[in-house]
Write a protein that binds this ligand. Structure first.
Ligand SMILES: [Zn+2]
Length: 315
């Protein structure tokens, strides 16, 4: 093989120029790690295969083991919280909240959360014969999980200087639409009895339905009222990355999601990063038997994951 001495020399020069400028900057921040959307997509297929993730079901147990293994692999300190909760339909269910901590001794922390359970019934299904079936919950459950797992993978390669916590919340979706407090059972418990004890953070972002093809993330109203600074951080990070189209500047209604209980219980601002349409609706597969990987987009997972890493690195 013929060698190319001129090219080799050029490469050396380029490298040494870079070495020099990096050294002279001194305090240059390490680059923002890349969110691996292919990894996130692989994990969502695993999640789908293991599910549904109804609290107390074998699918839930297997998925918990999968999440814990991925988090441990990423070098996090993994904490578990087990309890039970009473559902609106009179069942007592096991609840497992998981937290992965990076840089656990840091006082200054950021919380990223998502629910990891799926809904036991497809009550929004247009087909009455399907309403009793569990929701596969690949978007409503799986997408938030794999965004957090993708962030875990990135943090393994580029440990953050701040403390970062990934919180996987159980029993969000076993609720009755006419009883607001029947949802978010895992979060309601954690927010009153956090692990670690007296937990606090600078701010939080909660992810729900963040993987659907064509998704956009407008401004949810509780977040606008109680976490406007967090919305600003997310919107400006998205702008830096050229993702403005995914974060349209219109406001949708109030969603009582995990972020509300996190704010009520812990007192720091948390925004809900959630897909809603311009009409203020959830995606069409929401709480139906069609919430499968068929509608999941790697690109959307990438947008959400990369924007979040940018937020962390901007702090
Ligand atoms: Zn749901």
């Amino acid at each position: 093989m013929k060698s190319h001495p001129t090219l080799a020399l050029l490469t050396c020069l380029t490298l040494s120029a870079c070495d020099f400028s990096c050294a002279s900057i001194g305090k240059a921040k390490p680059p923002v790690p890349r969110f691996d959307e292919n990894y996130a997509y692989e994990q969502i297929l695993r999640y789908e295969k293991l599910g549904p993730q109804i609290p107390g079901s074998p699918g839930s147990e297997k998925t918990a083991a999968m999440i814990k293994a991925e988090l441990t692999q990423s070098g996090a300190l993994v904490l578990e919280q087990k309890t039970t909760a009473k559902t609106f339909d009179g069942k007592t269910i096991p609840v497992l909240n998981l937290m992965a901590q990076y840089n656990p001794s840091a006082q200054d922390r950021i919380l990223l959360s998502a629910h990891w359970d799926t809904r036991p019934f497809s009550d929004e299904d247009p087909n009455p014969k399907m309403k009793h079936l569990p929701v596969p919950g690949v978007n409503d459950g799986g997408s938030g999980v794999v965004v957090l797992l993708g962030i875990a993978k990135a943090l393994k390669l580029a440990p953050p200087t701040l403390g970062v916590d990934l919180l996987f919340l159980d029993a969000e979706d076993w609720g009755n639409p006419s009883k607001e407090e029947s949802y978010c059972l895992g979060t309601q418990y954690w927010a009153k009895n956090p692990i670690p004890e007296k937990y606090t953070a600078r701010f939080g972002i909660n992810f729900d339905m963040v993987g659907r093809t064509g998704a956009v993330f407008p401004i949810e109203s509780y977040s606008a009222q109680r976490a406007p600074e967090v919305i600003q951080k997310v919107r400006s990070a998205a702008h830096q990355l050229g993702y403005d189209d995914f974060f349209p500047n219109f406001r949708v209604g109030f969603v009582t999601d995990d972020h509300v209980y996190l704010m009520n219980g812990r007192g720091f601002p948390v925004m809900d990063l959630i897909h809603m349409t311009e009409q203020g609706r959830f995606p069409p597969e929401w709480h139906t038997h069609l919430d499968t990987s068929e509608f999941i987009s790697r690109d959307v997972l990438k947008v959400v994951g990369q924007t979040t890493l940018q937020v962390l690195w901007n702090e």
